[in-house]
Design a protein around this ligand. Structure first.
Ligand SMILES: [Zn+2]
Ligand SMILES: [Zn+2]
Length: 371
């Protein structure tokens, strides 16, 4: 079969691969739809360096078949696969990670956090831009008949990420959420949050995306290019800010506004330092009346997940607790459901740091120190 391979530096090739055959616990899918995701573009644009880990996973010796949003039909099952697990002809999506199968994260369904390092299909394991794809049977997600293969491919990554974020934020009907960025993940979040009964304030700098957000049910739409997003959110929320905020844009300004536009926000921002410690200092919008409140900010990055908890009373530079995190390359965006104590219990703000890599440096008042 032919497979699409990103060979680096914005080039791709159609290469020949043998048709896959399933191992005992594998199935082979005939791919009917294979999505392209923002994170594919990072891999597509970057140079290919064997062993490189800058993308949050370790590249292999050779580039692989691209595509991590697989959707298709089971055409072969391994000898150790039962009929309850998969059957030929079944319509499925695939959750595109494989782990060791025995560490605590794999055993709790979090292969992307595997302590041995996960295989990410389409990144360091063969993906879905090909006629066939071999995957472990426990990575399959059934595709209901009502959903098209194209919809399934979108759900396999982007829409699933948005859903995971909203669940992790514990969004409630009656709450107001501000969603920064109305690309595929943001628009998915808008649709889902509306369906969950929340009031959605959608923000983007693109008129087309703002129009789509309105079409998808957003109650308020803010053109973040010609408005001050934080002021606009406060105007729509009796001056209080949104109950929950979510940044899907990866833009520094939006991430800052996601913190400041939250009703717990207080202008205190922080981000990861290379040493593993973060320090922060007060921003210009730190109102004294937030004293005593805690801001939980969940930074779901490709490399790690970390809770940042801060007491507003701290003065000057204040060391946050060191990240309670897995090692580099052992997390993923899909890790937003990661259930252990490394995450904030009640985050009000969620940002996806992995999305910001390809963007220019943030022009926000953030200082990071290396210890
Ligand atoms: Zn993706
Ligand atoms: Zn594992």
């Amino acid at each position: 079969m032919k497979g699409v391979v990103f060979v680096g530096d914005r080039r791709l090739e159609l290469r020949d691969f043998p048709d896959p055959t399933p191992g005992p616990r594998d199935v082979v899918l005939e791919i009917k739809a294979s999505g392209m995701c923002g994170s594919d573009l990072h891999v597509y644009r970057a140079s290919f360096t064997p062993g490189d880990t800058s993308s949050g996973f370790k590249r292999g010796a050779e580039p692989v078949i691209a595509g991590h949003e697989p959707c298709g039909v089971v055409v072969a099952v391994g000898t150790g696969v039962t009929g309850r697990e998969a059957r030929v002809g079944q319509r499925v999506m695939d959750h595109h990670y494989a782990g060791c199968g025995s560490c605590k994260h794999c055993r709790s369904g979090w292969a992307q956090m595997c302590l041995e390092g996960a295989t990410v299909f389409g990144a360091n394991g063969n993906g879905a831009h090909a006629r066939y794809m071999k995957v472990p049977v426990d990575t399959l997600v059934p595709l209901p008949d009502a959903l098209s293969f194209e919809t399934g491919a979108a759900i396999a990554c982007g829409t699933g990420t948005a859903y995971g974020a909203l669940k992790r934020l514990n969004l409630q009907g009656g709450e107001t959420i501000a969603i920064f960025g109305q690309g595929p993940v943001g628009l998915s979040a808008t649709q889902l949050a509306v369906a969950m009964g929340a009031r959605v304030i959608a923000l983007d700098v693109s008129p087309e995306r703002c129009a789509l957000a309105r079409e998808f049910g957003a109650h308020e739409v803010i053109d973040a290019g010609s408005n001050n997003p934080v002021e606009a959110i406060r105007e729509l929320t009796h001056g209080e800010g949104a109950h929950k905020t979510l940044d899907t844009s990866g833009a520094g300004e939006a991430r800052a506004a996601a913190v400041r536009g939250s009703d717990l926000g207080n202008g205190m921002l922080c981000r990861r330092a290379r040493s593993g410690h973060a320090r922060c200092e007060p921003g210009p919008l730190a109102p004294a009346d937030h004293a005593g409140r805690l801001l939980d900010l969940l930074d779901a990055g490709a490399g790690r997940l970390r809770r940042v908890r801060r007491r507003p009373q701290c003065r000057g530079r204040q060391a946050l607790h060191p990240p309670l995190a897995a090692g580099p390359g052992r997390g993923s965006l899909s890790g937003v459901r990661q259930p252990d104590e490394r995450q904030g219990r009640d985050p009000a703000v969620m940002i996806f740091s992995a999305l910001s890599r390809a963007l220019p440096p943030a022009r926000i008042r953030v200082r990071t120190r290396r210890d």
